[in-house]
Write a new protein. Structure first.
Length: 96
């Protein structure tokens, strides 16, 4: 069976906005992750210290990184959707 896209896509006028937001979020996440790596390199015994609810810092920091990545993804999706809706309302999207 031959399948085609449901909607034709072209140049995305919001791509520069999306790239700028995505790059900033990536840098923020990379800095926080670099902190995790730096602790492991410079003072690995610190990762064994109890942090919350009897869990050590390594587990708490690791779960934080995972949850933070999911939150960033949701914020990114919301911001991009809002920008696209704004551009649609202004008539700046192709095909209008």
């Amino acid at each position: 069976m031959f399948h085609e896209p449901a909607q034709q896509s072209g140049r995305d006028p919001a791509s520069s906005y999306k790239s700028r937001i995505g790059n900033r979020m990536f840098l923020l996440y990379a800095l926080i992750y670099a902190g995790f790596v730096a602790i492991n390199i410079t003072n690995p015994a610190l990762m064994e210290a109890e942090a919350l609810w009897g869990l050590n810092l390594a587990v708490v920091y690791g779960f934080f990184l995972i949850i933070f990545a999911l939150v960033l993804a949701m914020v990114y999706s919301h911001m991009c959707g809002k920008k696209e809706a704004e551009m649609d309302a202004q008539g700046n999207r192709e095909g209008k």
